[in-house]
Write a protein that binds this ligand. Structure first.
Ligand SMILES: C[S@@+](CC[C@H](N)C(=O)[O-])C[C@H]1O[C@@H](n2cnc3c(N)ncnc32)[C@H](O)[C@@H]1O
Length: 258
Protein backbone atom coordinates (compact mmCIF):
# COMPACT_ATOMS: atom_id res chain seq x y z
CA UNK A 1 0.00 0.00 0.00
CA UNK A 2 1.19 3.56 -0.64
CA UNK A 3 0.27 6.63 1.53
CA UNK A 4 -3.03 7.04 -0.30
CA UNK A 5 -4.00 3.54 0.80
CA UNK A 6 -3.95 2.31 -2.79
CA UNK A 7 -2.03 -0.78 -3.80
CA UNK A 8 0.73 0.21 -6.31
CA UNK A 9 0.31 -1.41 -9.74
CA UNK A 10 2.10 -4.75 -10.07
CA UNK A 11 4.80 -4.55 -12.77
CA UNK A 12 4.47 -7.59 -15.04
CA UNK A 13 7.59 -9.67 -14.40
CA UNK A 14 9.82 -10.56 -17.32
CA UNK A 15 9.64 -14.33 -17.64
CA UNK A 16 12.99 -15.99 -18.09
CA UNK A 17 13.79 -19.36 -19.60
CA UNK A 18 13.90 -21.16 -16.26
CA UNK A 19 10.43 -19.84 -15.34
CA UNK A 20 8.69 -22.12 -17.88
CA UNK A 21 8.19 -25.85 -17.40
CA UNK A 22 9.74 -27.12 -20.65
CA UNK A 23 9.24 -30.72 -19.53
CA UNK A 24 5.52 -30.10 -19.89
CA UNK A 25 5.78 -28.87 -23.51
CA UNK A 26 2.46 -29.91 -25.15
CA UNK A 27 3.94 -32.10 -27.89
CA UNK A 28 0.65 -33.40 -29.33
CA UNK A 29 -0.97 -29.95 -29.51
CA UNK A 30 2.22 -28.38 -30.90
CA UNK A 31 2.43 -31.01 -33.64
CA UNK A 32 -1.28 -30.62 -34.41
CA UNK A 33 -0.97 -26.85 -34.75
CA UNK A 34 2.32 -26.77 -36.66
CA UNK A 35 3.55 -30.00 -38.19
CA UNK A 36 0.77 -32.44 -38.99
CA UNK A 37 0.76 -30.98 -42.51
CA UNK A 38 3.23 -29.04 -44.58
CA UNK A 39 2.52 -25.31 -44.10
CA UNK A 40 3.84 -22.64 -46.50
CA UNK A 41 6.35 -21.44 -43.89
CA UNK A 42 7.78 -24.98 -43.56
CA UNK A 43 8.26 -25.02 -47.33
CA UNK A 44 10.13 -21.71 -47.01
CA UNK A 45 12.36 -22.96 -44.17
CA UNK A 46 13.10 -26.24 -45.98
CA UNK A 47 14.00 -24.44 -49.25
CA UNK A 48 16.26 -22.03 -47.40
CA UNK A 49 18.08 -24.64 -45.30
CA UNK A 50 18.41 -27.25 -48.05
CA UNK A 51 20.17 -24.68 -50.28
CA UNK A 52 22.89 -24.53 -47.61
CA UNK A 53 23.10 -28.29 -46.98
CA UNK A 54 23.33 -28.94 -50.75
CA UNK A 55 26.69 -27.17 -50.80
CA UNK A 56 28.16 -29.90 -48.59
CA UNK A 57 29.07 -33.34 -49.94
CA UNK A 58 27.25 -36.27 -48.31
CA UNK A 59 28.78 -37.09 -44.93
CA UNK A 60 31.25 -34.19 -45.15
CA UNK A 61 30.04 -32.51 -41.95
CA UNK A 62 31.38 -34.70 -39.15
CA UNK A 63 28.97 -33.42 -36.50
CA UNK A 64 26.07 -30.96 -36.62
CA UNK A 65 23.72 -29.55 -33.99
CA UNK A 66 19.98 -29.00 -33.88
CA UNK A 67 19.57 -26.72 -30.86
CA UNK A 68 16.19 -26.94 -29.10
CA UNK A 69 15.05 -29.63 -31.56
CA UNK A 70 11.62 -30.01 -29.94
CA UNK A 71 9.45 -32.58 -31.73
CA UNK A 72 10.21 -31.12 -35.19
CA UNK A 73 11.75 -33.78 -37.44
CA UNK A 74 12.33 -31.84 -40.66
CA UNK A 75 15.48 -29.96 -39.61
CA UNK A 76 16.91 -33.35 -38.61
CA UNK A 77 15.96 -34.84 -41.99
CA UNK A 78 17.61 -31.94 -43.83
CA UNK A 79 20.92 -32.53 -42.03
CA UNK A 80 20.82 -36.23 -42.92
CA UNK A 81 22.62 -35.93 -46.28
CA UNK A 82 25.55 -33.72 -45.35
CA UNK A 83 26.14 -34.80 -41.74
CA UNK A 84 27.66 -38.01 -40.42
CA UNK A 85 26.21 -37.30 -36.99
CA UNK A 86 23.48 -34.90 -35.88
CA UNK A 87 23.02 -34.01 -32.20
CA UNK A 88 19.41 -33.05 -31.42
CA UNK A 89 19.83 -31.12 -28.16
CA UNK A 90 16.57 -30.67 -26.28
CA UNK A 91 15.74 -30.03 -22.61
CA UNK A 92 12.10 -31.14 -22.56
CA UNK A 93 11.39 -34.65 -21.30
CA UNK A 94 8.19 -34.72 -23.41
CA UNK A 95 9.97 -33.76 -26.64
CA UNK A 96 12.93 -36.07 -25.97
CA UNK A 97 10.47 -38.94 -25.47
CA UNK A 98 8.72 -38.12 -28.76
CA UNK A 99 11.99 -37.81 -30.72
CA UNK A 100 13.42 -41.07 -29.33
CA UNK A 101 10.21 -42.90 -30.17
CA UNK A 102 10.21 -41.54 -33.75
CA UNK A 103 13.83 -42.57 -34.26
CA UNK A 104 13.35 -46.04 -32.77
CA UNK A 105 9.98 -46.93 -34.35
CA UNK A 106 9.82 -44.84 -37.54
CA UNK A 107 8.51 -41.33 -38.17
CA UNK A 108 4.75 -40.71 -38.07
CA UNK A 109 3.12 -40.85 -41.53
CA UNK A 110 2.43 -37.11 -41.32
CA UNK A 111 6.17 -36.49 -41.75
CA UNK A 112 6.22 -38.15 -45.21
CA UNK A 113 5.42 -35.01 -47.27
CA UNK A 114 8.17 -33.19 -45.36
CA UNK A 115 10.73 -35.84 -46.30
CA UNK A 116 9.53 -35.94 -49.92
CA UNK A 117 10.08 -32.17 -50.16
CA UNK A 118 13.49 -32.34 -48.42
CA UNK A 119 14.67 -35.06 -50.82
CA UNK A 120 13.29 -33.33 -53.92
CA UNK A 121 15.40 -30.30 -52.99
CA UNK A 122 18.45 -32.34 -51.95
CA UNK A 123 18.73 -35.56 -53.98
CA UNK A 124 21.79 -36.54 -51.91
CA UNK A 125 19.35 -37.53 -49.15
CA UNK A 126 18.86 -41.31 -48.93
CA UNK A 127 15.68 -42.87 -50.33
CA UNK A 128 14.39 -43.65 -46.85
CA UNK A 129 13.62 -41.11 -44.17
CA UNK A 130 14.66 -43.69 -41.55
CA UNK A 131 18.14 -43.81 -43.04
CA UNK A 132 18.43 -40.00 -43.04
CA UNK A 133 17.34 -39.92 -39.39
CA UNK A 134 19.77 -42.72 -38.45
CA UNK A 135 22.48 -40.01 -38.13
CA UNK A 136 20.56 -38.34 -35.28
CA UNK A 137 21.42 -38.73 -31.60
CA UNK A 138 18.97 -37.20 -29.13
CA UNK A 139 20.80 -35.44 -26.31
CA UNK A 140 18.92 -34.09 -23.30
CA UNK A 141 20.21 -30.65 -22.38
CA UNK A 142 20.02 -26.90 -22.91
CA UNK A 143 22.09 -24.22 -24.64
CA UNK A 144 24.07 -24.00 -21.37
CA UNK A 145 25.45 -27.48 -22.05
CA UNK A 146 26.98 -26.59 -25.43
CA UNK A 147 30.69 -27.23 -25.81
CA UNK A 148 32.25 -24.31 -27.72
CA UNK A 149 33.54 -25.12 -31.21
CA UNK A 150 32.25 -28.70 -31.25
CA UNK A 151 30.16 -28.58 -34.44
CA UNK A 152 30.75 -28.05 -38.18
CA UNK A 153 27.24 -26.62 -38.56
CA UNK A 154 24.59 -25.55 -36.07
CA UNK A 155 20.89 -25.15 -36.81
CA UNK A 156 18.27 -23.60 -34.54
CA UNK A 157 14.61 -23.26 -35.47
CA UNK A 158 12.15 -21.12 -33.49
CA UNK A 159 14.10 -21.38 -30.24
CA UNK A 160 16.03 -18.31 -28.97
CA UNK A 161 13.06 -15.95 -29.47
CA UNK A 162 10.49 -18.50 -28.24
CA UNK A 163 11.94 -19.48 -24.86
CA UNK A 164 12.41 -16.25 -22.88
CA UNK A 165 11.00 -12.73 -22.56
CA UNK A 166 14.40 -11.41 -21.54
CA UNK A 167 16.38 -9.79 -24.38
CA UNK A 168 19.75 -10.37 -22.66
CA UNK A 169 18.91 -14.05 -22.32
CA UNK A 170 17.83 -14.17 -25.99
CA UNK A 171 21.20 -12.64 -26.98
CA UNK A 172 23.15 -15.03 -24.73
CA UNK A 173 21.38 -18.02 -26.26
CA UNK A 174 22.22 -16.73 -29.78
CA UNK A 175 25.85 -16.22 -28.70
CA UNK A 176 26.04 -19.80 -27.36
CA UNK A 177 24.56 -21.02 -30.66
CA UNK A 178 27.25 -19.17 -32.67
CA UNK A 179 29.98 -20.37 -30.29
CA UNK A 180 28.90 -24.01 -30.70
CA UNK A 181 30.41 -24.19 -34.20
CA UNK A 182 34.13 -24.27 -34.94
CA UNK A 183 35.67 -21.12 -36.44
CA UNK A 184 34.48 -21.06 -40.06
CA UNK A 185 31.51 -23.31 -39.19
CA UNK A 186 28.06 -22.67 -40.61
CA UNK A 187 24.92 -21.35 -38.90
CA UNK A 188 21.32 -21.78 -40.01
CA UNK A 189 18.34 -20.51 -38.06
CA UNK A 190 14.71 -19.47 -38.20
CA UNK A 191 12.87 -17.05 -35.93
CA UNK A 192 9.27 -16.02 -35.55
CA UNK A 193 9.17 -12.30 -36.37
CA UNK A 194 7.83 -9.99 -33.62
CA UNK A 195 6.11 -12.84 -31.74
CA UNK A 196 4.98 -12.00 -28.21
CA UNK A 197 4.56 -14.67 -25.52
CA UNK A 198 2.22 -17.30 -26.89
CA UNK A 199 -0.07 -20.21 -26.13
CA UNK A 200 -0.22 -23.65 -27.72
CA UNK A 201 -3.86 -24.79 -27.76
CA UNK A 202 -5.52 -23.81 -24.49
CA UNK A 203 -2.35 -24.43 -22.45
CA UNK A 204 -0.19 -21.98 -20.47
CA UNK A 205 1.55 -18.91 -21.87
CA UNK A 206 5.13 -19.60 -23.05
CA UNK A 207 7.68 -16.78 -22.85
CA UNK A 208 8.85 -15.09 -26.07
CA UNK A 209 10.97 -12.10 -26.99
CA UNK A 210 9.69 -10.20 -30.07
CA UNK A 211 12.52 -9.75 -32.60
CA UNK A 212 12.80 -8.30 -36.10
CA UNK A 213 15.50 -8.22 -38.77
CA UNK A 214 17.27 -5.29 -37.12
CA UNK A 215 17.36 -7.14 -33.78
CA UNK A 216 18.90 -10.19 -35.43
CA UNK A 217 21.47 -8.06 -37.28
CA UNK A 218 22.40 -6.36 -33.99
CA UNK A 219 22.94 -9.70 -32.24
CA UNK A 220 24.53 -11.73 -35.07
CA UNK A 221 26.50 -9.20 -37.17
CA UNK A 222 29.23 -8.64 -34.53
CA UNK A 223 29.65 -12.41 -34.06
CA UNK A 224 29.42 -13.77 -37.62
CA UNK A 225 30.58 -13.35 -41.22
CA UNK A 226 28.46 -13.51 -44.38
CA UNK A 227 25.25 -12.85 -42.45
CA UNK A 228 22.10 -13.17 -44.57
CA UNK A 229 18.59 -12.65 -43.23
CA UNK A 230 15.53 -13.21 -45.39
CA UNK A 231 11.90 -12.88 -44.49
CA UNK A 232 8.91 -15.12 -45.16
CA UNK A 233 5.44 -13.58 -45.15
CA UNK A 234 3.19 -14.38 -42.20
CA UNK A 235 1.75 -17.87 -42.59
CA UNK A 236 -2.03 -17.47 -42.35
CA UNK A 237 -2.54 -21.25 -42.25
CA UNK A 238 -0.98 -21.39 -38.76
CA UNK A 239 -2.81 -20.44 -35.54
CA UNK A 240 -2.57 -16.76 -34.62
CA UNK A 241 0.65 -16.55 -32.59
CA UNK A 242 0.87 -12.76 -32.93
CA UNK A 243 3.92 -12.94 -35.22
CA UNK A 244 4.38 -10.94 -38.43
CA UNK A 245 6.28 -13.61 -40.40
CA UNK A 246 9.39 -15.74 -40.22
CA UNK A 247 13.04 -14.64 -40.44
CA UNK A 248 15.60 -17.04 -41.91
CA UNK A 249 19.27 -16.61 -41.09
CA UNK A 250 22.45 -18.02 -42.56
CA UNK A 251 25.99 -17.06 -41.59
CA UNK A 252 29.40 -18.43 -40.67
CA UNK A 253 31.39 -18.13 -37.50
CA UNK A 254 34.41 -16.06 -38.58
CA UNK A 255 37.54 -18.12 -39.20
CA UNK A 256 40.20 -18.06 -36.46
CA UNK A 257 43.02 -15.57 -37.07
CA UNK A 258 46.72 -16.36 -37.07
C1 LIG B 1 9.02 -23.17 -29.96
S1 LIG B 1 9.85 -24.66 -29.61
C2 LIG B 1 10.69 -25.01 -31.16
C3 LIG B 1 10.91 -26.47 -31.34
C4 LIG B 1 11.53 -26.89 -32.68
N1 LIG B 1 12.88 -26.41 -32.81
C5 LIG B 1 10.72 -26.50 -33.88
O1 LIG B 1 11.31 -26.16 -34.91
O2 LIG B 1 9.49 -26.60 -33.85
C6 LIG B 1 11.18 -24.13 -28.54
C7 LIG B 1 12.06 -25.31 -28.11
O3 LIG B 1 13.18 -24.81 -27.37
C8 LIG B 1 13.42 -25.69 -26.28
N2 LIG B 1 14.16 -24.96 -25.23
C9 LIG B 1 13.67 -24.27 -24.17
N3 LIG B 1 14.66 -23.74 -23.44
C10 LIG B 1 15.81 -24.09 -24.06
C11 LIG B 1 17.19 -23.84 -23.77
N4 LIG B 1 17.56 -23.11 -22.71
N5 LIG B 1 18.12 -24.38 -24.58
C12 LIG B 1 17.75 -25.11 -25.66
N6 LIG B 1 16.46 -25.37 -25.99
C13 LIG B 1 15.50 -24.86 -25.20
C14 LIG B 1 12.03 -26.12 -25.85
O4 LIG B 1 12.02 -27.28 -25.05
C15 LIG B 1 11.35 -26.30 -27.22
O5 LIG B 1 11.56 -27.60 -27.72
Amino acid sequence: MDRTGRRPPVEPRTRRNRDADWNAWPVADYLAENYRRLHPCDVGVIRHHSAVYRRHAPGSLARTLELGAGPNLYPLMLAGAAASRVDALEPSAASVRYLRHQLAHGADASWRPFYTLCRSLDPALPASCAEALSRVRVVRGTADDLVPGRYDLASMNFVAESVTEDFEEFSALCAAFVGAVRPGGRLLASFMERMPSYRIGTGPVWPACPVDGATLRGVFAPRTAGLRIVRLAKDLTLPEYGDTGVLLLSARRPPAHG
